[in-house]
Ligand binder design. Structure first.
Ligand code: GAR
Length: 205
């Protein structure tokens, strides 16, 4: 099982996958890390671990961005693609070519606080302002919509009285670092079966 990981930022979610692969709990190889942001620390993390990196600037490539992204992914020909804090919404062509093979992590309990415009700290600010008592994170397969694909795993995080958007972000991220590698492990072990909107998890390996 060869994986490509797409990341735009600090790359702590990416790091959680790298660590689990290196510990041997995810039976897969990370074939490459691709970023849409120059200078993303995620690229440095990959380099430190000897993983090939690619950086595609949307600003420079403009309407060639998706073509170039698909070209690189097809060249690598991975068994799965993991979006670990990737800000760009993939286009239909890429999503259709890798149906049920693209996994995303989102820092809220989908279908709340998700979709276009909800990413990173914007999510936690919206959660804070709405005054919900619980938030969390969701790992899901990617379909042609924004954060609408079948849900693999979710975990709840309690919002406390003295929480701020920043402390909510910290608490959610800590949970992400367990949930994402576990979802990738289930995927790599072939234990996920998608039936319509439902993802069935084979508990017996
Ligand atoms: C994570 O919280 C991830 O869930 C979120 O970006 C952060 C990346 O952190 N992803 C999205 O908002 C996607 N819609 P990281 O760069 O430290 O891994």
């Amino acid at each position: 099982m060869r994986l490509v990981i797409l990341a735009s930022g600090n790359g702590t979610d990416l790091q959680s996958i790298i660590d689990s692969v290196e510990e041997g709990s995810i039976p897969a190889k990370i074939a490459a890390v691709i970023s849409d942001k120059e200078g993303a620390y995620a690229l440095e993390r990959a380099k430190i671990h000897g993983i090939p990196t690619y950086c595609l600037s949307k600003k420079d490539l403009k309407d060639r961005f998706y073509r170039e992204l698909l070209r690189i992914i097809e060249e690598i020909n991975p068994d799965g693609i993991i979006l670990a804090g990737f800000i760009t919404i993939l286009n239909e062509e890429i999503v259709n070519k890798f149906q049920n093979k693209i996994i995303n992590i989102h820092p809220s309990l989908i279908p709340s606080f998700c979709g276009k415009g909800y990413y990173g700290e914007k999510v936690h600010k919206a959660v804070y302002e709405y005054g919900v008592k619980y938030t969390g994170c969701t790992v899901h397969f990617v379909d042609a919509g924004a954060d609408t694909g079948p849900i693999i795993l979710q975990e709840v995080v309690k919002v406390e009285e003295d929480d701020t958007p920043e402390t909510i972000a910290e608490k959610v991220l800590e949970v992400e670092h367990k949930l994402l590698p576990y979802a990738v492990k289930l995927f790599a072990e072939g234990r996920l079966k998608v039936e319509g909107r439902k993802v069935h998890i084979n508990q017996f390996k």
